[in-house]
Write a protein that binds this ligand. Structure first.
Ligand code: NAI
Ligand SMILES: O=CCc1c[nH]c2ccccc12
Length: 283
């Protein structure tokens, strides 16, 4: 796929460690040009989509116009309704593919009336039918995972959640729980401390480590999210190709943070709490 390293999920599927998000900076119905730029110029071959972003059709067009072979792109998308089957069938059509690589329930709140267990059984059927290689969840708390695991025949392969230093106070126990069950973390919002809450206690610690490693602040935060989640997947984005190249280099050119460096950022992050998305994760 690309020169990036991969993370092996509990079902054996290999996922490029860095994913290109289509839900934020470029959040627009017309994502085609941005996806083309990310795929061809920055070699971001793992694309993170969602029904809720309302731009799967333009992601699909980008892949079609670039004539990307199906095996040369890793596609994640997420169910945005209470009906995973109907949602996935719609997403497959819009994306122009027969199968996605990873399918996630975007939030437990979407399926709480149907029941988390029932929604998960549908996910298992979709995987059996070959409509998705791997199945996982997003924004699930420990109690949501426990409810799901009670009936699950297939343990979710991933939980995509907000991870940056200013949510670590809440996220730490969830990260550890997922790790203990073999559920990989996909971190979204990893750059939030510099992009959305600059000027806080994390900044000087990240800057110092960036100097020590010869990296940028952003690269340090991407590596931190990967390392604090026990080698998890990281989803970021940018509309600027130079930044995407820099993000890829975090995982090809920059050495790992030491345990002390990881802990120093964690400790600084715990001094404040700033969640950007999905308030239910703090309940
Ligand atoms: N499952 C879920 O509920 C959610 C999933 N996501 C997924 O994750 C993706 C990424 O989420 P974000 O929160 O945007 O990630 P992020 O925290 O990495 O922020 C990306 C933002 O940082 C800016 N940026 C990139 N590199 C930078 C640098 N070196 N210096 C300064 N600013 C820089 C970009 O312009 C972009 O606006 C989304 O597009 C979406 O696909 C995002 C939110 C919720
Ligand atoms: O995926 C998480 C939050 C998010 C980011 N962009 C959009 C657009 C529409 C719904 C949700 C989101």
């Amino acid at each position: 796929m690309s020169g990036l390293s991969t993370v092996k999920l509990n079902d054996g599927l290999e996922v490029p460690v860095l994913g290109y998000g289509t839900g934020t900076a470029l959040y627009q119905k017309e994502a085609k040009d941005s996806v083309k730029m990310a795929y061809s110029e920055a070699k971001m071959h793992h694309i993170d989509c969602a029904e809720m972003y309302q731009n799967e059709e333009s992601v699909g067009l980008a892949l079609k116009e670039m004539k990307v072979k199906r095996e040369d792109v890793f596609i994640t998308t997420k169910c945005g309704t209470a009906d995973p089957r109907k949602s996935l069938e719609k997403s497959l059509k819009l994306l122009g593919v027969d199968q996605v690589d990873l399918y996630l329930i975007h939030s437990p709140l979407l399926v709480k009336d149907t029941g988390l267990g029932k929604a998960w059984q549908t996910m298992e059927e979709l995987q059996k039918e070959g409509k998705t290689k791997s199945i996982g969840v997003s924004n699930y708390r420990i109690e949501d995972l426990e409810e799901t695991l009670k009936i699950a025949k297939v343990v979710p392969s991933a939980n995509q959640i907000e991870v940056h230093p200013y949510v670590l106070d809440k996220a730490e126990s969830l990260i550890d729980f997922c790790h203990s069950k073999g559920i990989h973390i996909e971190s979204y919002g990893p750059l939030s401390s510099i992009v959305r809450h600059p000027g806080g206690p994390v900044d000087p610690v990240v800057k110092k480590i960036a100097q020590e490693l010869g990296a940028t602040d952003g690269q340090v935060l991407l590596k931190w999210a990967h390392q604090i989640t026990h080698g998890g997947i990281v989803v970021t984005t940018s509309s600027k190709v130079e930044r995407l190249v820099e993000q890829i280099k975090s995982f090809t050119d920059i050495k790992d943070l030491s345990k002390e460096q990881v802990n120093a950022i964690a400790e600084a992050g715990k001094k404040e709490h700033h969640r950007v998305f999905m308030p239910h994760m703090d309940q």
